[in-house]
Design a protein around this ligand. Structure first.
Ligand code: XMP
Length: 311
């Protein structure tokens, strides 16, 4: 594909669709939403409103780094604090698809609809990519940003039209577009992160306490595996617990699964053959730095039969 031509065409298309109206782009910090925001900004400039929704489920330092990165590109990002809305929506939800639906509904109905009404906006940009659609349509998992393909008409249900410039691309294509758009390497090469964010990295109910545990674990894992070259790496907090031993006392503690995979486009994945020493170091850090975690397991299952994420 000629990505330069792709960008030119998309900018032209966006201008034709939006005209003199206003549009909203919601950043998550990832490469898809960043690319879409920059495309939208190049097409619409001040008629594009950019927000970052602080849903309480993001990685440490995420809101600040998103604002800073986009400031450097001349784009102002407003942070919307919506932590309570998301934790309320997730309360008591243990089923994976219910959790995904709760997060999606909080975004589309409670947050975007309000912003759009308040700011008199008609269009919402989304970084939906082909893999999101395929997995949702195949019934593997409901991706947070898939609407029309599962019978949701955003105009009718939420009061705005959705624009999805990346819908024909996969992750590798989005990275190429991002580079050409001038996004920093740290964003272009950033590993995928799911829409339900850290709530997808907690089995069972994702409450504040469990999200705090998995956020700390994520920081450790991302630091230790930064140079692994893997496609994606992250910890998952299990719902089960395990007996352990700390300071000569029995401890019924938490279990963390470490996942690290090689993939090109997330359709298939292989576990990374991480060095034993590195696995030992991560295990040591997780079990000493995070209170209550006394067991770390490394997942060596490929996709398929597993998926990359746990919910
Ligand atoms: P799975 O777990 O199905 O994930 O093997 C495939 C890729 O998609 C990412 N993923 C998501 N991305 N919204 C997204 O934008 C989502 O709801 C979502 N769920 C999973 C996952 O991290 C992996 O890279």
């Amino acid at each position: 594909m000629n990505y330069k031509k792709f960008i030119k065409e998309k900018i032209k298309e966006i201008r034709e669709i939006v005209g003199e109206e206003k549009a909203l782009s919601v950043l998550s910090g990832g490469v898809d939403s960043s690319a879409v925001t920059l495309l939208g900004y190049k097409a619409l400039e001040r008629n594009l409103k950019v927000v970052f929704v602080d849903n309480g489920l993001m990685r440490e330092g995420e809101p600040e780094s998103v604002v800073k990165n986009f400031q450097k590109l001349g784009i102002k990002v407003e942070i919307v604090n919506a932590q309570n809305i998301f934790f309320k929506a997730l309360k008591g939800k243990t089923d994976p698809e219910e959790k995904r639906k709760a997060v999606a509904t909080a975004f589309y109905k409670d947050i975007f609809r309000e912003i759009i009404k308040e700011k008199k906006i008609k269009f919402l940009f989304q970084g939906t990519i082909l893999t999101d659609i395929e997995e949702t349509v195949a019934g593997i998992k409901r991706q947070h940003n898939v609407l029309a393909q599962i019978g949701i008409n955003p105009q009718k249900e939420f009061g705005y039209q959705v624009i999805e410039p990346l819908i024909k691309l996969r992750k590798d294509g989005v990275r190429k577009v991002s580079k050409l758009l001038g996004l920093p390497r740290s964003i272009c090469q950033r590993m995928p992160f799911p829409g339900p964010a850290l709530s997808a990295r907690v089995i069972g109910e994702a409450n504040r306490q469990k999200i705090t545990v998995v956020r700390k674990a994520t920081k450790v894992v991302e630091k230790e595996l930064k140079n692994s070259g893997a496609f994606q790496y992250f910890p998952v907090l299990m719902e089960d617990r395990a007996t352990g031993l700390r300071n000569n006392k029995r401890e019924f503690g938490s279990i963390i699964i470490l996942r690290c995979v090689e993939s090109v486009d997330a359709r298939k994945a292989q576990p990374t053959k991480l060095p034993w020493k590195l696995l030992e170091k991560i295990t040591k850090r997780l079990t000493t730095e995070i209170p209550g975690v006394n067991r770390v397991c490394y997942d060596i299952t490929p996709k398929p039969p597993a998926t990359i994420e746990y919910i």
